[in-house]
Design a protein around this ligand. Structure first.
Ligand code: PHE
Length: 338
């Protein structure tokens, strides 16, 4: 008897099949109610006492071998079906995150779009600049007190090299390499050594504009600014306050009338209704001359504005630092923006 069981054990071990029916037949043969195992168990009481122990061991062995075999074959069979191979194809897929443009890019692209419609192209230049392009050519010679208007990061080992404090440096480069008519805007990152707070940061972004041609007048400047503010903010009432920049004469600060309709308007404009948005002026003849353009023939205007500030205004962002932290929870709020 024990010998017969051992032979079955070998047979069970050898058995292999990929057919569902065959596996089921095999299961019934060994593990079914009237299967061999139950027959052997029933035989147990007739086994002579000195063989009981060994007999018990072999049928238990046969039982677990048969059970394991059936399970293993069934599992193998399942993994060959679609579900096993590819997972459940009817399950909903993993959600795919759609990126959002950074608010700085959104605002920058809008500004570029608005000016490109009236013939301005885009020019770029290096963030690490030399003294000439950032200061001297712009009518800011060494020791000029107006250099202090923009607290500058210099490279310690070479004071001629600095991080540009405005993108006016790009305008110098552009004028050096192009003759009028020139209509260009220069967006880019600029650096100033300022204490970081909710309202100021040591780097931010600007767009500066430049128009040089024959007979360019202050009226042209004013008209261009008015076109810009109405396209950008839907507000075309502006005022120009006299100001000072070394590279423009006359110079002005541009305020746009924001209105005082809502509480936010009130807060944003500190109760005045007016918001300062940029600096501008007629290019100083010295600057044109420094860049190889004859001020007797040509005149021009320039303006410059901070992109970060406009992004804060338009999107009601309360802290400028959010713009450089790249917190996804902040950035994903701009998915629906342009
Ligand atoms: N460069 C100036 C600044 O950074 C802005 C400006 C540009 C003013 C052009 C006048 C004309 O503050």
């Amino acid at each position: 008897m024990i010998q017969t069981i051992k032979e079955h054990l070998v047979e069970v071990e050898k058995f292999a099949s990929t057919s569902k029916e065959e596996i089921e037949t095999f299961r019934i043969k060994y593990l079914g109610k009237k299967g061999l195992l139950n027959t052997f168990f029933a035989e147990f009481k007739n086994v002579p006492i000195d063989q009981k122990k060994e007999f018990g061991q072999v049928i238990n062995e046969l039982k677990s071998a048969a059970t394991e075999k059936v399970n293993a074959l069934k599992e193998a069979l399942e993994s060959q079906t679609e579900v096993g191979k590819y997972g459940d194809l009817t399950r909903p897929g993993e959600p795919m995150e759609i990126g959002a443009r950074h608010p700085i890019s959104i605002v920058k692209n809008r500004i570029i779009d608005i000016f490109s419609r009236i013939g301005f192209n885009v020019s770029e230049g290096p963030e690490i600049e030399d003294d000439w392009h950032n200061f001297t050519a712009l009518n800011l010679p060494e020791y000029h007190p107006a250099r202090d208007m923009q607290d500058t990061f210099f490279i310690q080992t070479n004071p001629d090299i600095l991080l540009r404090t405005h993108t006016s440096s790009v305008q110098v480069r552009y004028m050096e390499s192009h003759q009028p008519p020139i209509r260009t805007i220069s967006p880019g990152r600029v650096y100033r050594n300022e204490a970081i707070s909710a309202r100021s940061h040591c780097f931010f972004h600007q767009v500066e504009g430049l128009y040089v041609d024959k007979n360019v007048s202050f009226a042209d400047l004013k008209q261009t600014l008015q076109y810009f503010t109405s396209e950008m903010f839907g507000k075309s009432k502006i005022r120009l306050r006299p100001s000072y920049f070394p590279f423009t004469e006359p110079s002005a600060e541009v305020d746009v009338y924001w209105g005082l309709e809502t509480e936010t308007d009130y807060r944003m404009t500190k109760g005045t209704g007016w918001l300062e948005i940029m600096g501008c002026g007629m290019i100083d003849p010295n600057v044109l001359r420094n860049c190889g353009i004859d001020p007797e023939v040509y005149s021009g205007f320039a303006f410059g504005m901070g992109i970060d500030r406009i992004a804060l205004l338009l999107h009601q962002i309360s802290d400028i630092r959010l713009l450089s932290e790249n917190d996804v929870r902040f950035l994903e709020q701009f998915k629906s923006a342009l």
